[in-house]
Design a protein around this ligand. Structure first.
Ligand code: SAM
Length: 231
């Protein structure tokens, strides 16, 4: 479903490549780290220390790659459609390779990764099946696909993914609502089994980093799904 159906803000909307091309400069200073970091740290079914090779889909500026590197993952390949985001990822020095590519059609090798991870990007995909199929192709047997997403309830509550231009003008980035049943169907169609499902709800700790979000206290703001490829 197009997130525009629920949009209450009515900001001008741009495509993901255009939006992230522009947001890249201020992205790390403004993205809410509470969306993904607490969820990553809560996951119990990803054996981080045992992961030798990871593919970071929609790696952006490399926040997830840096998090993985701190957990000892040495070989991380990243892809993203926005070159301006990728150049910031390159500057972090934690990726083995980086490529401009769509998450659904990467140049990465098949059956080569212990972990595929995609953080905060599924809402920009019109359909989920292609990225689940691609993650399944990339994973080695028993490899995991960890998907962290902006919560569909939040998009349905009318708050689109957005950033502010240097002028202060708010700009929304084209987004889609994917219900959890759609994730489940896409994962199953890709031959993956669901191992873990978590949701992050805005609480007082969360608000300490983003006080302006107080109106959303108790709303689920993000989620994590961990999938496993069979043997
Ligand atoms: C909110 S950022 C998340 C970046 C990073 N994963 C993080 O957690 O900070 C979303 C990223 O998804 C990328 N993106 C959106 N659609 C994409 C697609 N179809 N293929 C590849 N990258 C895409 C954008 O360019 C952007 O860098």
């Amino acid at each position: 479903m197009d997130a525009a159906l629920f949009d209450k803000r009515r900001y001008p909307v741009v495509s993901a490549p255009e939006g992230y091309g522009e947001w890249a400069e201020t992205y790390e200073a403004t993205v809410a780290a509470g969306l993904d970091t607490p969820l990553l740290e809560s996951l119990t079914t990803v054996p981080w220390r045992a992961i030798a090779r990871a593919a970071d889909l929609a790696c952006g500026t490399g926040r997830t790659g840096r998090w993985l590197a701190h957990r000892g993952v040495r070989a991380i390949d990243g892809v993203d459609r926005a070159p301006a985001m990728l150049s910031r990822a390159a500057a972090k020095g934690v990726y083995r390779s980086l490529a401009v590519a769509d998450v659904a059609a990467t140049p990465l090798p098949s059956a080569a990764y212990d972990l595929c991870i995609m953080a905060l990007a599924d809402e920009h995909l019109a359909a989920l099946e292609p990225v689940y199929r691609e993650a399944a192709r990339l994973l080695a047997p028993r490899g995991r696909f960890a998907l962290i997403g902006y919560h569909p309830f939040f998009l349905m509550n009318g708050l689109p993914t957005h950033f502010h231009r240097a002028t202060g003008e708010p700009i929304a980035i084209k987004s889609y609502v994917h219900l959890f049943s759609a994730h489940f169907a896409a994962g199953q169609a890709g031959g993956l089994a669901l191992d873990e499902f978590r949701e992050c709800v805005i609480d007082e700790n969360w608000l300490a980093t983003k006080p302006k979000w107080r109106a959303y206290l108790n709303w689920p703001v993000s989620f994590a799904l961990v999938w496993r490829r069979g043997a």
